[in-house]
Ligand binder design. Structure first.
Ligand SMILES: NC(=O)C1=CN([C@@H]2O[C@H](COP(=O)(O)OP(=O)(O)OC[C@H]3O[C@@H](n4cnc5c(N)ncnc54)[C@H](OP(=O)(O)O)[C@@H]3O)[C@@H](O)[C@H]2O)C=CC1
Ligand SMILES: Nc1nc(=O)c2c([nH]1)NC[C@@H]1CN(c3ccc(C(=O)N[C@@H](CCC(=O)O)C(=O)O)cc3)C=[N+]21
Length: 292
């Protein structure tokens, strides 16, 4: 039997959504404001479509006004920018999310930076990144995935991580880097690892808090985990499994769950861990935008 606590992201996300629902009712009654979220998806990647539908469903269950713009894979850059300009100027829209990755012919940087910072509920605009890294976190939109991870870490260890070593595997703009900024702001001692890091297992074994955001199924083994660590598995990997001669897809994280759960104090599962918390944080950011 694994000894680690299984951190239930799905249950925590549902609690957050419930509290957002109440706040939305108050905002509507007292100020006549309905939070609006616009999601833009370009192309027909099936995994992206699953997330985008989850986002829309949760937004509606929170009482938000939710619009989904599904564009063809060959949509031109100027057409995407025109749509964003329209959403930037639409008073019913408080949050804009452009699902990543975008098709190759589109400039991801240009597209994400074209969203006005006060509607950038993904926290990808340079202004929000600047506020986060410079310590003006209350006035920033914090990227949803690391924000969700941070809430789960706080539940385990409290808000002050002084004296604790945090190791993040992955240095993307969407997860690894903002995760490092949040852990640093909470006084953890932070190490960021990536594909050029030497002796990764040894580095990982120093972690009191281990965050895996790599995109490689079950790369992090049980013997990489320090006994008593808190392990946050951000990875979402769709792998093929054959059962009774039939091909099926299964979701797995970047951590070998069973192995790690025998060593860690607490660990997030995949699915049901970081994923639902990401969506909850998107709702929280959209509510924050609508309220301010
Ligand atoms: N649950 C959720 O809400 C979310 C889940 N995800 C999932 O998290 C995972 C990571 O996503 P994202 O950050 O966008 O991914 P990226 O592909 O942008 O980044 C992956 C990072 O992992 C590093 N890496 C790759 N291979 C190795 C290796 N063998 N050893 C050490 N480091 C390695 C890369 O290093 P280098 O920089 O050197 O290339 C890179 O920094 C994916 O599975 C994704 O699906 C992502 C966003 C949200
Ligand atoms: N602009 C932008 N912002 C993002 O936040 C963003 C993005 N682009 N591109 C892709 C990644 C990935 N991501 C996930 C969100 C929810 C789940 C999620 O709900 N996962 C469920 C399972 C869902 C399933 O069955 O596939 C779970 O882990 O339990 C997963 C992944 C957000 N991302």
């Amino acid at each position: 039997m694994p000894t680690a606590e299984r951190i239930d992201g799905k249950a925590k996300a549902a609690e957050i959504a419930e509290s957002i629902r109440k706040d939305v009712a108050v905002l509507k009654n007292e100020r006549g404001i309905t939070p609006g979220l616009a999601v833009v998806i370009v192309g027909h990647d099936p995994a992206s479509q699953v997330y985008v539908r989850n986002k829309k469903r949760t937004a509606e269950s929170c009482g938000f006004h939710s619009v989904l713009h599904e564009l063809d894979a060959d949509t031109r850059q100027d057409e995407v920018l025109d749509l964003i300009a329209e959403l930037n100027n639409d008073p019913a829209v408080h949050g804009i999310l452009v699902q990543l990755p975008l098709p190759k012919h589109l400039d991801e940087q240009l597209v994400t930076q074209s969203i006005v910072p006060h509607k950038d509920v993904d926290g990808f605009h340079f202004e929000n990144i600047g506020r986060l890294t410079a310590g003006d976190i209350d006035n920033a939109f914090v990227p949803c995935t690391p924000a969700g991870c941070m809430l789960m870490i706080e539940d385990q260890l409290g808000r002050d991580l002084s004296g604790l070593n945090a190791v993040i595997v992955g240095r993307s703009n969407i997860v690894g880097k903002p995760m490092a900024a949040l852990l640093l702001a909470a006084n953890a001692t932070v190490t960021i690892c990536h594909s050029r890091t030497k002796e990764l297992p040894q580095v990982a074994r120093h972690a009191d808090i281990l965050v895996a955001a790599v995109g490689r199924p079950e790369m992090i083994r049980g013997d990489w985990v320090k006994p008593g660590a808190v392990v946050i598995d951000v990875g979402i990997n769709r792998i093929e499994v054959v059962t009774d001669g039939e091909k099926r897809h299964r979701l797995t994280g970047d951590v070998a769950y069973e192995e790690a759960a025998n060593v860690a104090a607490a660990i997030t599962p995949v699915p049901g861990g970081v994923g639902p918390m990401t969506i909850a944080m998107l709702m929280a950011n959209t509510l924050k935008s609508a309220s301010s």
